[in-house]
Design a protein around this ligand. Structure first.
Ligand code: BG6
Ligand code: MG
Length: 212
């Protein structure tokens, strides 16, 4: 039976995907090209530097690693400005009740995120105490679709992957969950998250009975 629920952060727990999109779009526009929502979809779950590299490819622009660092930092400064103003009201619908249900039922909760800003967001929204384990972009070396982040959550919880369920809004994240040998529930559209075991629109559609 299921012993742990592992949650992606951006787009699952909070709607920061919108802030990431705004910041990347601003950077793209400054560099002289546009950035579409379809392209943004492909950056979900992908690390900051890798996201920048993909964007530069799409824009047909070459930058040295040093220049890339500067651009990634610029994007992150805008992004951090936005998340520093976040409130608990930005927690997505259904998240709080579902986390509370898990804990009441003795199911462990973990955050498995590519973001290096995860702690800021969890603190701003007051969610930090609801997670037994937090593994973020500062703790992993390989980013999604590599399963490292989710395997590390399972290891820290002392639970085998086959007893873990991952909640993910990113194609790369669903791939990572499956590669980890876990169940994957997509948050979003089934036409996009084709690799998921099941897709729901949001955690408000989930309850523990459905999991078992
Ligand atoms: C993921 C987001 O959660 O974190 C990506 O889906 C983002 O869009 C990645 O690039 C890294 O985030 P950060 O906060 O470290 O730039
Ligand atoms: Mg996400």
């Amino acid at each position: 039976s299921i012993a742990a629920c592992i949650f992606d952060l951006d787009g699952v727990i909070v709607d920061t995907a919108v802030y990431h999109y705004q910041a990347w779009k601003r950077l793209a526009n400054e560099l002289g090209f546009d950035f579409t929502e379809t392209q943004n979809e492909r950056l979900k779950g992908i690390s900051r530097v890798r996201s920048l590299q993909l964007m530069l490819e799409w824009g047909g622009i070459q930058k040295t690693p040093e220049e890339q660092q500067v651009l990634a930092t610029r994007k992150n400064d805008w992004y951090v400005n936005m998340i520093n103003r976040m409130t608990p009201q930005e927690i997505l619908p259904g998240v709080l009740p579902f986390l509370q249900q898990c804990r009441a039922a003795g199911i462990k909760t973990a955050l498995g995120s590519a973001s290096k800003n995860a702690h800021t967001i969890l603190e701003r929204t007051g969610l930090l105490p609801l997670f037994d384990v937090v593994v973020d972009g500062n703790a992993v070396t390989a980013s999604k679709p590599d399963p490292e982040v989710f395997l590390r959550c399972a290891a820290l919880l002392g639970i085998t992957p086959d007893r873990c369920v991952v909640f993910e809004d990113a194609v790369a994240g669903i791939e990572a969950a499956k590669a980890a040998g876990m169940k994957a529930i997509g948050i979003g559209e089934s036409t996009v998250l084709t690799g998921a075991d099941e897709v729901v629109a949001g955690l408000y559609e989930m309850n523990l009975e459905q999991l078992s």
